[in-house]
Every structure is written in C-alpha cells, then in structure tokens.
Design a protein around this ligand. Structure first.
Ligand code: NAP
Length: 259
C-alpha cells in the first residue's frame, strides 16, 4: 500500500533503538525524511547512516536528552517544521507503590507526560496552519490495564492520554490527527531489561523469565519493532485522517478485554 507520505518530514524521538527505531524505519521505507534522536551517539549515528542508505531518504541525527528543556530545544531547532511527530522516551523504572517519592513522580511526569505535551505544543500550530499533520505518541499497554510494578508509568501515561483525548478533537478540523500507540511486550532492550529484573527477583534464568511472560500473551511471543513501526506509519499515512484521538493497543491479545 502506498502510504502517500513520500517527501514529508518527520521527527521521531528516542529512536536509535527499539520501538522508536521501528517507527523511524517504517516511515523511511514510506519515503519520509527524518530527524531521529537519542542521548547516545553511537547507535544513533549508525541508525541514521543505515536508514539513509537503505531507504534513500535524508536522516538527521540529533543527540540530546528529549526529556530536558535544553535537549528538547536542540531537537526542535534541528527539526524545524515537521509534518509528522512521533513522541517517545525511555520508560520509568519498575518499583513498588510504597517507595516512590515526589521526585520519582516528577521525573516520570516530565519524561512520559510533559515532554510529549511540550513537543506537541511546539509542532501543532505549524501543522494546523499548513492544514496537515500527524502525531503518534508511544505510550503503553499500562494505559488500558495497569502493570503493578510500573506505577510511575501507569500514572504519567494516563495524564498524557487525557491531554490527547481533549486536544486531538480540537485540531482534527485542521487536518491534524493525534493518536496514541500502546505497546504490550515487545522484543527490545527495555523488555530484556525487565525480564532481567524478574529473573533476579525470582532467582530464575533469564530465558525462563521470558518464557513465563510469553505464556501470558495469547500470540505466544513478544511483538517486534517492525510490526509496531508498520502501525505507526499507517497512522501517519494519508489513509488515517479519520482516526482521531484513539489508543491503539498492540499487545498480542495480552489485555483481556472485550473492547
Ligand atoms: P528501548 O529499547 O530501551 O529504546 C529506547 C530508545 O530511546 C533508545 O534509542 C534510547 O537511546 C532512546 N532514549 C531513551 N531515553 C531517552 C531520552 N531521555 N532522550 C532521548 N532518547 C532516549 O525502549 P523501547 O522498548 O523501544 O520502549 C520505548 C517506549 O515504549 C518506552 O517509554 C517504554 O517504556 C515503552 N514501552 C515499551 C514496551 C516494550 O515491551 N518494549 C512495552 C510498553 C511500553 P539512548 O539510551 O541512547 O538515549
């Protein structure tokens, strides 16, 4: 399917690896020029060079912490006006509800709620003025069904989801859509790290921790960054203009709900 977005420009945040890279790659394959971002330079520059080479698009890497005001300013400055914005950042650490301090909550809110909101506030006016835009926020399955050890994520992402629900309906009339993509367990460094934590806590092998988690997913496996990216690119396509303010769950059936 031709996604109809060849020649458009996208900013994909936190995208040297994992789900962000999956989104960047699918957009590059659709002919979209990219600004990609991560804190570390090595994987970022390697990803930029590979995507440019394999897909024949322009890819600008910007090394910066997207959750800091200074890092965000540098990324937005390098990106300029974009047609497509994919927000993403690392997720908060796991823990227990009794232990999280005010500072822990502020850090989670900054990274996973206020950062995507600031990025949208920067890019939405230009998209509305030009009459076309796509925003996809990478959130989490935890928005639909809480994950106990990820209470910081549950809280921050619920706040972002509320903002999107209200804002998406105010910009849709100007050709701009905002939607959220909710990953369940995907095969990325983050999932491997979480498996490592379970293995340590329960005194089991890493492979056994993964096998147990896979057994909780009706699809019987972790999702891939390529599958995730394909859905992101579709939401950014010309075909998705009537999809507004939705929370699209990609979890292999793990959330046991009728709707
Ligand atoms: P990942 O494999 O750990 O990749 C994270 C990417 O983001 C890397 O490129 C990393 O590069 C970059 N990054 C992290 N923090 C950043 C920051 N502050 N500023 C700029 N770049 C940053 O993670 P993932 O699995 O793709 O997860 C992406 C998001 O989806 C996270 O918020 C995660 O909590 C959420 N999620 C993931 C899953 C899953 O199963 N994978 C499930 C539910 C939700 P640097 O380290 O070099 O900055």
């Amino acid at each position: 399917m031709d996604l109809g977005i060849r020649g458009k420009r996208a900013l994909v945040c936190a995208s040297s690896k994992g789900l962000g890279l999956g989104c960047a790659e699918a957009l590059a394959a659709a002919g979209v020029d990219l600004v990609i971002n991560a804190r570390g330079t090595e994987a970022l520059e390697a990803a930029a060079a590979r995507l440019g080479r394999e897909h024949g698009v322009s890819v600008t890497p910007v090394a910066a912490d997207i959750t800091s005001a200074e890092g965000r300013a540098r990324v937005l400055d390098a990106a300029g006006a974009v047609d497509i914005l994919v927000t993403n950042a690392g997720g908060p650490p796991p823990g227990s509800w009794q232990d999280w301090s005010r500072e822990d909550f502020i850090a989670a809110l900054d990274a996973n709620m206020l950062t995507p909101i600031a990025l949208m506030q920067a890019q939405l006016p230009g998209m509305m003025e030009r009459g076309w835009g796509r925003v996809v926020n990478i959130t989490s399955q935890s928005v639909k069904a809480p994950i106990a050890v990820l209470g910081l994520s549950n809280s921050a992402r619920a706040g972002l989801t509320g903002f999107v629900a209200g804002t998406a309906r105010q910009v849709a009339g100007r050709g701009v859509t905002i939607n959220n993509l909710l990953p369940g367990v995907h095969d990325t460094d983050r999932a491997v790290a979480l498996d490592g934590g379970v293995a340590e806590r329960e005194g089991i092998q890493h492979a056994e921790a993964r096998r147990r988690r896979e057994a909780t997913i009706p699809a019987g496996r972790y999702g891939t960054a390529a599958e995730f990216g394909a859905m992101c690119a579709f939401l950014c396509s010309v075909h998705a203009g009537f999809i507004v303010g939705q929370n699209v769950l990609l979890d292999g059936g793990a959330t046991n709900a009728t709707i």
